[in-house]
Ligand binder design. Structure first.
Ligand SMILES: Nc1nc2c(ncn2[C@@H]2O[C@H](COP(=O)(O)OP(=O)(O)OP(=O)(O)O)[C@@H](O)[C@H]2O)c(=O)[nH]1
Length: 426
């Protein structure tokens, strides 16, 4: 549970501000002046500090300078409240290291800050961290911070050992020191991550670096680290930077997943869930090339439900939709993995057969025709007509499609519920 220290000489003011923290389930300790506040802070365990400009025995900025001099609240946000906001006083407080100043008349701003701070502080992270750190003390400190956040830690002393695990481990983030046991440095770890195949190369990397070595920090960032934490590591800073990197990563993954979904929706038919015409057009160049290179026959089958307008007119559009869904299911059940089946539009479907001889393709089509005719999709007697054309040398997709379409027209003309091959027309 988060814990706040609240310092104000007025009992009334304390109770007002205390209620803001309590609404966020933050435990509150209170002190009525600077000296009592310093004593409480010395006990440790606070996650946020909130005090007034006028503390009775000291002014706020002076009090906070003393807190910092004694290193009593490192990495803990410090908020100062003033009854009469004055720019010079606020500037002085910020110069003393105070995180934010709020006028007491604008407690809604304080409440908003506390809300965001509480959400950030209680954020639970998940996943495995690759920690590359040769110092046992630093590794233990970092591991404790990360485990408190909900992360699992795999720690290695050398770049060589850590790099060897990269291909088969599913890390969420990499945290690496620069100087390591072994011959290689943290730079090798960073480069190895960035050279991983696919999305793994985008793993967030947080480097640990000494504060005084600017050139090295620049080198680390150029090699592909996303951020760094200066050593000695401050727990709150490490937690905040890890949180930011993982949140960014999560948002990026959500965006990538949405992008995939939109891409998939663009090539799927919403009614039947079959692929659509866009997918056929995108896939055809590959299939035509495969047929030519492997000298395999490729047959295009155009399937059109007979008198579908009548079905709509007699049974209603909704039943018409049900017929289309049921016919699509029959076709999908019959299609093998190598065959490409799409809803081309309206009541028309297209199937591409690769490898079947023209005679086999005709037999397959006739079996399908029979299945549709005997299936009574959506409880209605339904038939379909089939037009086939097998790819000729040098033929384009448009030419192939137009021959299959002519064969379909012939099937309709000859009474429907039949299969016609373009090769039999001339
Ligand atoms: N229920 C439903 N009807 C559709 C859909 N898409 C197209 N249609 C209808 O399908 C009918 C197709 O009619 P036509 O092109 O005249 O063909 P047909 O009645 O099947 O006649 P033939 O093809 O000559 O056997 C039209 O009435 C369209 O409104 C759909 O998604 N759902």
């Amino acid at each position: 549970m988060l814990k706040a220290l609240l310092i104000d000489p007025s009992r009334f003011q304390r109770s007002v501000i205390e209620s803001i923290f309590r609404r966020r389930d933050v435990e509150v300790d209170m002190a009525d002046g600077a000296v009592a506040g310093l004593q409480a802070l010395a006990q440790g365990g606070y996650n946020i500090l909130c005090f007034s400009l006028e503390l009775g025995d000291m002014r706020g900025p002076e009090f906070y300078r003393e807190v910092r001099r004694r290193r009593l609240a490192e990495g803990v946000p410090a908020l100062m409240l003033a009854a009469t906001p004055d720019k010079r006083v606020f500037d002085d407080a910020i110069a003393a290291g105070v995180t934010e100043c709020f006028p007491k008349a604008r407690l809604d701003e304080l409440e908003q800050y506390i809300g965001q701070w509480e959400r950030r502080s209680n954020r639970r992270l998940s996943g495995r961290v690759l920690l590359v750190e040769d110092s046992d003390t630093a590794a233990q400190f970092c591991s404790e911070v990360m485990e408190r956040l909900g992360l699992e830690v795999s720690r290695y002393r050398t770049a060589e050992e850590a790099i060897a695990t990269l291909p088969h481990e599913d890390y969420r983030i990499v945290v690496t020191d620069f100087v390591l046991e072994g011959l290689q440095t943290g730079l090798s770890v960073i480069r190895a991550v960035r050279a991983l195949p696919g999305r793994k190369a985008e793993l967030p990397i947080l480097a640990l670096s000494a504060l005084d070595n600017v050139a090295r920090r620049v080198e680390i960032l150029r090699a592909g680290a996303n951020d760094f934490v200066t050593k000695p590591v401050v727990a709150e800073e490490l937690a905040a930077r890890l949180g930011n990197l993982l949140t960014l990563r999560m948002l990026f993954e959500q965006l990538a997943a949405q992008h995939e979904l939109v891409k998939e929706m663009a090539v799927r038919d919403a009614l039947t869930s079959l692929h659509n015409r866009h997918h056929l057009m995108a896939e055809m160049p590959r299939l035509l090339l495969a047929a030519r290179e492997n000298e395999q026959p490729l047959t295009l089958v155009v399937i059109d439900v007979d008198h579908f307008k009548r079905i709509n007119d007699h049974h209603g559009h909704t039943r018409g939709d049900e017929v289309l869904v049921a016919v699509a299911r029959l076709l999908a059940e019959a299609a093998s993995d190598e065959q490409l089946l799409v809803r081309y539009g309206g009541e028309e479907f297209v199937c591409v057969l690769l490898g079947a001889t023209p005679a086999q393709a005709e037999d397959d089509a006739d079996r399908l025709r029979e299945r549709i005719a005997s299936a009574y999709p959506a409880g209605i007697e339904v038939t379909a007509s089939f037009g086939l054309a097998t790819l000729r040398p040098g033929e384009t997709f448009d030419q192939l499609f137009s021959r299959a379409d002519e064969a379909l027209y012939e099937a309709k003309r000859s009474g429907r519920n039949c299969v016609v091959s373009a090769d039999s027309l001339f």
